[in-house]
Design a protein around this ligand. Structure first.
Ligand code: ADP
Ligand code: ADP
Length: 232
């Protein structure tokens, strides 16, 4: 089974004359151990789909299954636990805590879940992300690219079933963006993670194994092993 899947998912914001149909009967699965990009023009429903898949938002119709759990129908408390224990997030704005060091930020999800860090795993995460000599630094002492790599390591450290990344390179120059994307790809290849990334950047999407295209709340096409030219 896929790591996370939507079946017949529709999402309507508001009601009556003000209703906005953001997703229309979307069915899509995201394979375990794969890096998938969701692309589409602004307003096509990318963020809404990601938020529904990740249990950040509820669907109007249809089902979302994450791992062995049907999350549609879960209450707020269950969804909060699901996000804490089984999902990792990387956002465009790095969302690090400014008073904590890089290492403390990375370890935060484990701390919140009351779990002990697995040293060998933490070492692997830190090495793959290339932050060994920056662990004691606060976010303000790190470049944007380094901050986003800390955020990626934080998303990874609790070994979530799926990592959701929303425009992870949106605030980075192309070199820093390439480092972050290289790390995301390495975490899939070398660490067996599953990533679903929303982006409008064809170069970013070309790092993925598969690209799913959305338009007006509908999946219009897919591409396997994308190149930047093919994505454009
Ligand atoms: P994308 O991420 O592709 O830019 P979104 O998922 O953010 O698209 O938005 C899809 C549509 O839903 C857009 O028309 C957007 O304006 C609308 N939308 C998104 N979030 C909300 C919300 N909280 N309330 C009302 N409309 C929303
Ligand atoms: P996008 O991916 O289109 O750039 P953002 O990530 O900037 O969207 O959206 C930020 C937040 O605003 C999201 O939680 C989204 O659901 C919400 N949002 C987007 N469009 C609208 C809208 N038209 N009305 C209310 N909230 C919206």
């Amino acid at each position: 089974p896929p790591a996370v899947a939507a079946t017949g998912v529709s999402k309507v914001y508001g009601s009556g004359d003000a209703a906005v149909r953001a997703l229309h009967e979307v069915s899509v699965g995201f394979a375990r151990g794969a890096f998938t990009a969701i692309m589409g023009p602004s307003g096509s429903g990318k963020s809404t789909l990601m938020h529904c898949l990740a249990g950040l938002d509820t669907v109007t119709a249809g089902r979302i299954v994450l791992g062995d759990a049907e999350i549609t129908g879960m209450g707020d408390r269950q969804l909060t636990m699901l996000r804490r224990d089984r999902v990792g997030f990387v956002f465009q704005a790095f969302n690090l805590l400014p008073t904590l060091t890089a290492e403390q930020n990375i370890l935060l999800p484990l701390e919140l879940a009351g779990r002990k860090p697995d040293r060998a795993w933490l070492d692997q995460v830190v090495d793959v992300v290339g932050l060994r000599d920056r662990l004691g630094h606060r976010p303000s002492e790190l470049s944007g690219g380094q901050q986003q790599r800390v955020a990626c390591a934080r998303a990874l450290v609790a070994r979530p079933e799926v990592i959701f990344a929303d425009e992870p390179t949106g605030n980075l120059d192309s070199r820093a963006g390439a480092e972050v994307l290289g790390f995301l790809r390495a975490s899939v290849r070398e660490m067996g993670r599953t990533i679903v990334m929303v982006t409008h950047d064809p170069v970013a999407a070309s790092y993925a194994d598969r690209v799913v295209f959305l338009r007006d709340g509908v999946i219009t096409s897919e591409l396997l092993r994308p190149t930047p030219d093919a994505v454009l």
